[in-house]
Design a protein. Structure first.
Lengths: 263, 284
């Protein structure tokens, strides 16, 4: 055993050799995990369900995301993802300053409805200074003003079978074999009815700019940025979101991101 | 004991003793697995925003970064650059800009240090959160077992004797002289306690502080760490300390006799030193 005790010089040499071979070896050995249909990946993804359940258990349904003071708004809200939708329908709306815009509330509701921007602005509103956390890792503090989604849901009266809301958006992300693929998102009814969940039409005291989702953007403040769809034109109450996109509840979810998005 | 001539010791010629319980051995290897995947998936996640900021948010209209891995255009073509506070270093090929010389890509950490090797944040997150849960479950298992079977009280809490032995232990380590006894020496106790009771909880809490969901449940996390972006920065710094621990851990194993050390963490059995008076007293 004593023969294996090394002197310092040999030890440092070994350490350096080990470190450099580790660096060169690379990690493409695990690239199969990137395959969205891999069974190993499906196994690992169970942790996301665990996170969702654990957080729903741990976080009170009404617990508020931290709110900040005016002095903590030090920069404009950083736009990300789509910043200038080019779909014909959207361009037409933008051309008339969204005066013909209508938000539809559809699906499993007793009272489907359509609201103009002026009608939404005349409803009770909530203004909140919150931190936007992008899944990429950055954060940005901004002031959002909008209509609490719970207010619209009360008016629409969800049917008992409704379990999720799906948000349909104007921005086109890809061109698929069956036509353009629009951004969409979904959330459970806890997030939908959360007091800070608003349909924002104002940002930092101004009308919501196109780059940030004009005319209407969802704010779900306890979730990451991709759960805050922009350019929303319809909110559909559903019992399951499997019939939309690839069935995983959102554009980015269809590309391998977790549906809950609270971490 | 100080200044004693130790040339007459016979390392590792004493009795084989059962040193590591199954709990210790099993949790050790699960941690090793977890930390490997957490590190490489963590660097993948970092690459999506290859900077560290201080405060609640990331400065885009102003600068609050303490570290940036980025690329710049120069007259000689694009170069990888690492900026730490105000100091910039050319790190082309490794940080900021990497890949084969004819196919350089703008990336924080190079493909060899991320899982997957290519840019894929979604997969990095899947891997990271799976192993984060596994790590927490293993830590809790270890904690429960260690409290019940006395491992933590007996082997981790430094005693007065340990503290008195600290200068000599430090000197011995610096000279690469190791005693092989049943007990951890005081430097081992400090470093293992530091990892298990300081770095691991810090890693978990700073990780949770980055979750917008957890920030609603436990807003004190943000107060504790000084904002979500500072928490992210601390998460990264703790990662570098864990790597430092890992490197020293490996060097110590190599220096102290890798076969004996490996045997004890695989089978539990450990060959102690030959001098009976050097072997610590049996545990009460």
């Amino acid at each position: 055993m004593s023969k294996l005790i090394l002197d310092r010089r040999r030890l440092l040499g070994l350490g350096a050799a080990g470190a450099s071979s580790l660096l060169l070896a690379g990690c493409d050995a695990f690239d199969d995990l990137g395959d969205r249909d891999s069974r190993l990946r499906a196994l690992l993804q169970n942790a996301n369900d665990l996170t969702y359940r654990a957080q729903r258990l741990l976080i009170r349904d009404g617990a508020l995301a931290p709110e900040y003071s005016e002095s903590e708004i030090r920069q404009g809200q950083r736009p990300n993802g789509s910043t200038d939708p080019q779909s014909e329908a959207y361009l037409a709306l933008k051309a008339d300053n969204f005066s013909s815009y209508r938000l539809s509330i559809t699906g499993l509701v007793e009272n489907p409805a359509r609201y103009s921007l002026a009608e939404l602005r005349n409803m009770p509103s909530r203004t909140q200074i919150t931190r936007h956390d992008c899944v990429e890792g950055w954060s940005c503090i901004a002031k959002w003003t909008g209509t609490p989604l719970a207010h619209l849901l009360d008016a629409a009266k969800l049917k008992p079978s409704a379990r999720y809301l799906v948000f349909h958006c104007y921005d086109i992300m890809d061109l698929g074999p069956r036509g353009p693929i629009h951004y969409y998102e979904s959330c459970d009814l806890i997030d939908a009815r959360h007091p800070q969940t608003i349909l924002a039409y104002g940002l930092n005291g101004q009308p919501l700019p196109v780059a940030n989702g004009a005319p209407l953007r969802v704010r779900i403040e306890r979730a990451l940025g991709y759960k805050q769809p922009k350019y929303v034109y319809a909110i559909e109450a559903v019992d399951s979101f499997t019939r939309f996109g690839r069935g995983r509840g959102g554009y980015w979810e269809d590309h391998g991101y977790d549906w809950y998005g609270g971490i | 004991m100080h200044g004693e001539n130790r040339s007459g010791t016979r390392p590792c010629s004493g009795p084989l003793i059962y040193r590591q319980s199954l709990w210790t051995r099993a949790t050790h290897w699960v941690w090793a697995l977890c930390l490997f995947f957490l590190l490489l998936s963590g660097l993948q996640i970092f690459n999506a925003h290859p900077a560290l900021n201080i405060g609640h948010e990331s400065g885009f209209g102003y600068d609050n970064a303490i570290l940036r891995l980025h690329a710049v255009n120069t007259p000689d073509g694009p170069r990888g650059r690492t900026t730490v506070f105000r100091w910039a270093f050319d790190t082309t090929g490794v940080l900021g800009l990497s890949g084969p010389a004819d196919d350089r890509r703008v990336r924080g950490f190079p493909p060899s240090l991320t899982i997957p090797s290519y840019q894929d944040l979604a997969t990095g997150r899947v891997v990271h959160f799976f192993f984060a849960w596994l790590l927490v479950a293993t830590l809790l298992t270890w904690l429960a077992a260690g409290l019940v079977n006395g491992h933590i009280r007996r082997d981790f809490v430094p005693t007065g004797k340990d503290l008195r032995a600290l200068p000599r232990d430090l000197a011995d380590h610096l000279r690469f002289r190791f005693r092989h006894t049943r007990d951890y020496n005081v430097l081992q106790k400090f470093s293992y306690c530091g990892v298990l009771f300081v770095l691991m909880p810090l890693m978990i809490l700073t990780g949770l502080a980055m979750s917008p969901g957890m920030d609603a449940a436990w807003p004190w996390l943000l107060d504790l760490f000084g904002g979500r972006q500072t928490a992210r920065t601390i998460h990264f710094l703790v990662m570098t300390l864990l790597i430092l621990f890992f490197v020293v851990h490996l060097l110590m194993i190599l220096a102290a006799g890798p076969l004996n050390e490996l045997r004890s963490i695989i089978t539990g059995w450990y060959r102690t030193d030959g001098e009976p008076d050097k072997v610590s007293e049996p545990h009460s």
